[in-house]
Design a protein around this ligand. Structure first.
Ligand code: FMN
Length: 339
């Protein structure tokens, strides 16, 4: 018997059941179809999302350049996330996303990047709830699929409006919220204040998923319970430990938790590199490996050395060999200290 068995394990987005209620956070540059399939293959993840896509770039021509809205049937249920601030444009893009087969459409009102907020998108919408409301209503009127909202706690500590945003969104027809309870001003510094998730749960009746700083399976289950979250969204923690979803499922069932060894991490990375090579080709695959290696290796001793080595590689074969050598050494402390 598990001490976690009474913690809720699902929620609904409109008619769609999300089970388990542990989901992959959208991450630009990371959560493409390859990464999503890698995560889903390990088990325990109830929902995946596309990377944030600018509503102005959903035309067939733009899509062929970024591939951000491609997915395979085994990824369902899938959320596709759009950013933008012009209601008609985002509504049109939402129709396209629906035709592409998305199960859920998510509107991004949380991205803190100056490139995004400078155009009035992402978390900039937290400064103008009337505009956000018009955008939400236009999107909901344009599509049949459920529409969700991912947002931050406010622009800064002096303008916290996560409760007003939640109330407005529910009244406008949003079917679920995901709150990253940092402010835009915080970017990724400090900690996410999860008590805000509980507060939002008290003012709306739609599901509220919490996002931010979940790195550990037991901690995820604790947050579901303590903050009464409908679900947990995991981003950076899934790059560091792609098995976290599986571990949460094991804890719930009262089973011993899988503890990945360096060799498991190596196998994961090699499999990832081979999928990148097959599906994106040598050049893009190598770029992506260089871009993500630091996050994948973040919890390992000597991660900086691995990152440095991989950054110097000129082919995917080089990168693969460096990674395999690194992990072979890493499993043998004598060799690591000698290198
Ligand atoms: C590299 C990176 C890219 C991100 N891209 C997106 C995005 O496309 N859309 C979005 O809503 N949030 C995005 N986020 C925010 C995450 O979804 C998540 O809310 C945040 O990282 C906090 O969760 P974590 O601590 O589990 O990573 C991104 C975060 C990171 C680190």
């Amino acid at each position: 018997m598990s001490i976690y068995q009474n913690i809720p394990s699902e929620y609904h987005v409109g008619h769609i059941r999300i089970a388990p209620n542990i989901v992959l956070a959208p991450m630009v540059g990371v959560t493409d179809s390859i990464f999503r399939r890698m995560i889903l293959s390990l088990g325990g993840c109830g929902l995946v999302s596309s990377e944030m896509t600018n509503a102005a770039s959903v035309s067939p021509r733009a899509r062929s350049r970024h591939n951000q809205l491609e997915f395979l049937p085994e990824e369902r249920p899938i959320t596709m996330q759009l950013s933008g601030n012009e209601p008609d444009l985002v509504a049109q893009a939402a129709k396209t996303v629906e035709l592409l087969g998305a199960d859920i459409l998510d509107i991004n009102c949380g991205c803190p990047s100056p490139k995004v907020t400078g155009g009035g998108h992402g978390s900039a919408l937290l400064k103008d709830l009337c505009k956000m409301e018009a955008l939400i209503k236009a999107v909901i009127a344009a599509v049949q699929i459920p529409v969700t909202l991912k947002y931050r706690a406010g622009w800064d500590e002096d303008s916290l409006n996560y409760l007003d945003t939640a109330r407005m969104a529910e009244a406008a027809g949003i079917k679920a919220l995901a709150l990253h309870p940092r402010t835009r001003a915080q970017l990724y510094t400090g900690t996410a204040d999860w008590s805000r998730i509980r507060e939002v749960r008290e003012v709306v009746s739609i599901p509220v998923v919490g996002s931010g700083d979940v790195k550990d399976a037991a901690e995820a289950l604790r947050r579901l319970e303590v903050y009464n979250a409908s679900g947990i969204m995991i981003g950076r923690g899934a790059m560091e430990n792609p098995w976290i979803f599986m571990q949460i499922a094991q804890l719930r069932r009262g089973e011993p938790m899988f503890v990945p060894q360096p060799s498991d991490k190596c196998d994961f990375l090699v499999r990832y590199i081979e999928m990148l090579r097959d599906e994106l080709g040598e050049r893009l695959g190598l770029n992506k490996t260089k871009q993500l290696i630091g996050q994948f290796a973040v919890d390992l001793p000597y991660a900086a050395k691995l990152r440095e080595h991989v950054h110097r590689s000129t082919t995917l074969d080089d990168a693969r060999t460096l990674i395999e050598d690194f992990f072979a050494q890493h499993s043998d402390p004598a060799l690591v200290s000698a290198s």
